[in-house]
Structure formats: C-alpha cells, structure tokens
Design a protein around this ligand. Structure first.
Ligand SMILES: Nc1ncnc2c1ncn2[C@@H]1O[C@H](COP(=O)(O)O)[C@@H](OP(=O)(O)O)[C@H]1O
Ligand SMILES: [Mg+2]
Length: 427
C-alpha cells in the first residue's frame, strides 16, 4: 500500500515558507509570527473511535501483516551494508510516524497543544510518533537489545486529566499501524513505548536516537518538520533517517516554485560509508544525493532556523557578509535543513543558539550523517566534529556549522572572526 499523499497545504503557503529573507515583510524574512492556519479537525481520528479494541498490554499481539511497506530497502543500497536491516526498520518506523504526523497536522486543534517546562509545544503527534517508532523498531528488530534516546516521556500523559489525550494518541497509533500490522496496542503499551526513550545513550553499545517531531513550531504552523531517527554504535552515528513530510522532492533553491501534493514528502537516509539517498515518502523511487559543489561563497546560499529564538540571525548575517555570500538566508524549521543541504539545495547551514542553550543529540544525529554521507561536514564553531557519545546532549563550542569540504575552511574562518568581533563589541 502506498503512503498517503503528503499534505493538503496550499502550494502558496509552502512556497512562502521556503522563500528566503529577501524582504522584511515576508514570513521567512522577518521571523515574525506567521498568521495562524485554520485547521479542520478530523474528530473521527483524534477522538478514540469505538472500532478500536484496547486489548491487554502485550507487544506479543504485535504481528506484521502481509502488506508491503512503502519504505522497504532499496536496490540503491549496497548489499554489503552492515546496518541494512536496521536501516529498513528505521525507514519503516519513520515513514509510519510521518503518516501519523501528517494526519495530525491536518487535523490539529489548539487543545492538542500541551506546554512543557521549556514552553515548547508538545502535541499528540509528538507522543504518537515516538510510540510508533519504538513499537516498530521493537517489532522489526526483535532479537536486538533496545536502547532509545528520545525527546518525549510520558509523565504528562500519566496525569488523571490526560486520559482523553492518551486515548486519542492510542487511537492514532492503532490507526496508523493497522496499514502494516495486524495488531491493536493498548494505552499501557503506548505509555511503555514512549518511556522506552529514556536511555542516556553514551559511548558504548547501540542506541537509537529519536526526535519524534523535530521542528514542533514549524509543525504547528503548517510548515517544515521532520521525524529524525539515528543509530549510534559505540558513540558514532552509523545510520540516519529523516522523514520530512512537507519537504518538496525537488530542490527548494527555486524559491518561486509551487508544489502540488504529490511533489512533496521526502525520506532522506544514510548509513556509514554507503552514501546518502532520497526517496519519496509516497513511493520507493530512490536517488543518491550529494552536497553542493559550490566553492565560491558568492554563489552559496545558507540555511538557518526559522525561529530567531533558536539561532542568532544577526551573527549568521555577519558571517555571510564576511564570507561574501550574496543570497539572503533561507529560513526553515527542523533537520529538513540538513536534508536540503545534503542534496545541494543550498551550501551552508548556520546554527548559533543563544548563550546557555545545550543542544540535544536528537536534533542533529540523523541530519549530520545524511549530510556527511552526502559529502559534507558538520562541526562546531571551533571546527570540532560533533560528538554524539556524551549522553543526551552535545558538548559544543558555540554553534554548529555545516557545509561542503571546499567551503569549510573559509566558513570556519569567517565564523571565528565574526564571533570574535561580536564578543569584542559586547565588551
Ligand atoms: N533556545 C533554543 N535554542 C536553540 N535550539 C532550541 C531552543 N529551544 C528549542 N530548540 C531546539 O530547536 C529545535 C528546532 O530547531 P529548528 O529551529 O532548526 O527548527 C527544537 O526541536 P523540537 O522542535 O523537536 O523541540 C528544539 O530542540
Ligand atoms: Mg528537535
């Protein structure tokens, strides 16, 4: 069965999302709050329908159906890959999670938004996506010990007033899984699946790393987001999958392009030493991808967060000016930035969080291997490779920069000079 079509957002909205910041009034350029989107709730999916049977919690009821998975392994991957079965499982998990997220993005209600201590929005889709990935990985890789480092935990869902939300999540999870498995999971299964993501990771053994919805703010706006899943083996990222339901299948460098439903929805993936690939979320056609070959900064364009709270836009601007970049920044949410860079839509990604912010490994693990396998480099602002072996956080010097090998020396230089100049001006 083919995955459902990606999204019903008007193409105008998507084109605006991808437009670089050429003018101060644009949604992308200003970083100002975009107009809220009118969503039509699909109540039959968000409220637990009676056709879902809540059986006793047991993953042993979890049986695959005979239906084919749209994200099955592809011929483009070498058969010698040592992580092939993990890759197939990860693609399946991320594709199904993306399907759940698409359903919710179409249906989202204000009341589905919770508030975490850090004020970032959490939706039923975050929890549902995390539950799906955990359940599918466990089902597809039953003989392996399972460790998952993931963003969400079920603490808020365990509260008395969250029962209705939990039932909605369970219904969504069952609805999504029913296309691939003959199974019905219970509320308790869903809570257990979410809480399997509490691993601390670290330098030894294998750990899955998941951001169930990266770019939650973009998701809520109807813009870009990603389901980002990676595998660490002895502290190194060896596999990464980015499901980006709203990312056009063709380059977003053409900012005036409009896209129809069947032209969006990307699954980008890589395993160590095997290159990076792009597949449609809706079918299995696959292409190998490579980063841009641009070596003159004047011809480069750069990505950064849509949210000014996530990255210092002024510093990026100063770096771009020092480098001689002519194009305005392309501001989009989530690790879709890594995906777009990996296929050469732009040449540079700059990320400089405000002082004191600690980056989480799930915000970069999948994206970084997709880019490095496509021929790029991701480092911190001091030029150190990103180290995913330190637990749930990255230990970083200042920020993250990503580009191709030709541009990296000049970029690093511009970054360090700009940071120095900024510090001096703050003295
Ligand atoms: N103050 C901050 N500075 C930098 N990153 C932040 C941040 N607050 C949240 N984030 C992270 O930025 C991610 C989104 O990145 P981007 O800006 O590239 O879309 C968020 O992921 P989630 O949306 O999964 O919470 C969150 O982990
Ligand atoms: Mg994230």
């Amino acid at each position: 069965m083919a995955c459902r079509a990606a999204i019903s957002l008007p193409s105008l909205c998507l084109a605006r999302t991808l437009k670089p910041s050429a003018s101060a009034s644009g949604r992308i350029s200003s970083g100002s709050a975009p107009p809220s989107k009118p969503y039509r709730p699909l109540r039959h999916l968000l409220l637990a329908p009676s056709r879902f049977r809540f059986l006793p919690p047991s993953f042993s009821h979890f049986r695959p159906s005979s239906r084919a998975c749209p994200a099955s392994p592809v011929a483009a991957m070498s058969s010698s890959s040592s992580y092939q079965k993990e890759l197939a499982a990860a693609k399946k998990a991320a594709s199904l999670a993306a399907r759940l997220c698409q359903t919710v993005q179409k249906a989202i209600l204000k009341s589905d938004v919770h508030s975490k201590a850090d004020k970032s929005p959490v939706t039923v889709a975050d929890y549902g996506s995390q539950a799906i990935v955990s359940l599918v990985l466990n089902k597809e890789l039953p003989s392996e010990s399972f460790s998952l480092v993931a963003e969400e935990d079920s603490a808020d869902l365990q509260k008395d007033d969250a029962q209705e939300t939990l039932e909605r999540i369970t219904a969504l999870v069952n609805d999504t899984l029913s296309s691939e498995y003959n199974t019905v999971v219970s509320d308790k299964d869903v809570l257990a699946a979410i809480d399997s993501g509490k691993s601390e990771g670290g330098p030894h053994g294998r750990h899955w790393v998941l951001d169930p919805i990266d770019g939650t703010k973009g998701f809520l706006r109807g813009d870009q987001y990603a389901i980002a899943l990676a595998l660490l083996d002895e502290g190194k990222v060896v596999l990464g999958v980015l499901a980006c339901p709203n990312l056009p299948l063709t380059s977003i460098a053409n900012v005036d392009a409009h896209y129809s439903e069947n032209q969006i929805g990307c699954l980008l993936y890589a395993t160590t030493g095997e290159g990076a690939y792009l597949q449609s979320l809706n079918d299995s056609s696959t292409v190998k991808i490579n980063v841009s070959t641009v070596d003159n900064p004047a011809d480069a364009s750069f990505f950064e967060s849509y949210e000014a709270a996530h990255s210092l836009h002024d510093l990026s601007k100063a770096i771009a000016e020092k480098l001689g970049v002519q194009a305005p920044p392309v501001r989009i949410d989530s690790q879709a930035k890594y995906g777009a860079l990996a296929r050469g839509d732009g040449a540079i990604y700059l990320r400089f969080p405000h002082k004191g912010y600690r980056e989480k490994i799930w915000d970069h693990a999948a994206g970084s291997i997709v880019v490095t396998e496509a021929g790029g480099i991701a480092t911190d602002a001091a030029g150190n490779h990103l180290d995913f072996s330190k637990g749930r956080h990255l230990d970083l010097d200042t920020g993250i920069i990503v580009t191709n090998k030709k541009l990296m020396p000049a970029l690093l230089n511009a970054v360090q000079e700009s940071i120095k100049a900024q510090s001096a001006s703050h003295l």
